[in-house]
Design a protein around this ligand. Structure first.
Ligand SMILES: NC(=O)c1ccc[n+]([C@@H]2O[C@H](COP(=O)([O-])OP(=O)(O)OC[C@H]3O[C@@H](n4cnc5c(N)ncnc54)[C@H](OP(=O)(O)O)[C@@H]3O)[C@@H](O)[C@H]2O)c1
Length: 324
């Protein structure tokens, strides 16, 4: 594993972080058992992954707690999240603190390293910053969390409106941002500011469905070419991303997607979600591989650099929340 500093948190984290949500939810979403999920986390830890990203909404906090029970607490960075529906500010703050307490219980730990507000919409941001964050900072002072973070509701906020404000506010030490081969707009609007302000970045959606399910890519390309946002040949090509697969490049589209995300300046950790031990190993290898060849990166930027909001499928239908 390669380790990097996560913004100004002082944490050293592996560049490959295990996402415990998404469609896979450590395999629970694809029919695997909790015992397999625990084993998958332990395998990741053995390979050197030290950051695990979970959330109350994923139903995987107990599994994370069980899996890390065998390692020294200081050797693992646990990130979790609370989703707070909009309401009056005081109620939101109370709910966030109660959410933190509940997460600590499920995780079986007395502190979380990164506590994130989950899928914050632009319209809720000011209340979250003014009322919820101060309440959580009091919990930080009691030692119940180490660093505060915020994650965007990607499908509903594809232009990163919320994060563009959050990265300027000192209270957030970590942000979670969507970025991938066909949704590159964080390069211009988010990463320059996270770098300047030393905000740690966790990247989501590197692969999701669009690069793991060929039929999902086909549908997206058909829609984009119909809207004339992409050249027609992409929708007609039997293997539209085949130009990435060659001896000096990537061997699979998922490998290309993880390598593309990993080497973007401003990206600290790429979260990958899986329940499959073979995917676990392949994804870590991809995240540790060199950047894609320059010509391939230029082609990806030329073809897809202006797209926004592609492939940000939300797995959970929660009122008022986007892709979590
Ligand atoms: N708003 C938010 O806060 C938010 C939103 C989205 C995500 N997240 C976080 O980001 C994490 C990562 O997002 P994600 O789950 O969408 O992860 P991802 O890594 O972008 O995509 C994972 C999907 O691709 C499949 N896959 C993984 N490796 C593969 C491979 N080598 N070959 C073929 N298929 C592969 C997985 O299924 P298999 O199980 O079959 O491998 C899964 O369905 C989440 O777990 C969560 O922690 C947060």
């Amino acid at each position: 594993m390669e380790y990097v500093s996560l913004g100004r948190t002082g944490l050293r984290v592996g560049v490959a972080g295990l996402g415990c949500g998404g469609f896979s939810r450590l395999g629970l979403g694809t029919g695997r058992s909790t015992a397999e999920a625990v084993a998958l986390i332990r395998e990741a830890l053995d390979i050197g992954v030290n950051l695990l990203d979970t959330a109350a909404a994923y139903g995987t906090e107990e599994i994370v707690g069980e899996a890390v029970g065998q390692v020294r607490r200081e050797d693992v960075v646990i990130a979790t999240k609370a989703w707070i529906p909009r309401g009056d500010g005081r109620h939101m703050a109370e709910r966030a603190v109660a959410g933190l307490e509940a997460s600590l219980r499920r995780l079986g730990t007395d502190y979380v390293d990164i506590f994130q507000l989950h899928g914050v919409m632009p319209a809720a941001y000011e209340q979250v910053r003014e009322v919820v964050a101060p309440a959580l900072l009091k919990e930080r002072d009691k030692g119940k969390l180490r660093h505060l973070g915020v994650t965007e509701a990607a499908s509903e906020d594809p232009e990163h409106e919320m994060l563009r404000r959050a990265v300027e506010d000192e209270v957030w030490e970590v942000v979670m941002v969507a970025f991938h081969m066909m949704h590159q707009n964080a390069r211009a609007t988010v990463f320059p500011r996270t770098i300047a302000n030393r905000v740690g970045t966790l990247l989501m959606f590197a692969v999701r469905n669009i690069f793991s399910r060929p039929e999902r890519l086909t549908t997206a390309l058909r829609e984009l070419t119909q809207r004339r946002e992409l050249p027609r040949w992409l929708a007609d090509a039997p293997n539209p991303l085949g130009f990435l697969l060659h001896a000096a490049g990537a061997q699979t589209v998922t490998e290309a997607a993880y390598r593309f995300a990993r080497h973007e300046p401003g990206v600290d950790v790429v979260l990958f979600g899986t329940g499959d031990p073979e995917h676990l190993k392949a994804n870590i290898a991809a995240l540790l591989a060199p950047p894609l060849p320059l010509a391939d990166r230029l082609t990806l930027t030329k073809l897809f650099g202006r797209l926004s909001g592609v492939g940000l499928d939300p797995p959970y239908a929660m009122p008022g929340i986007g892709s979590v």
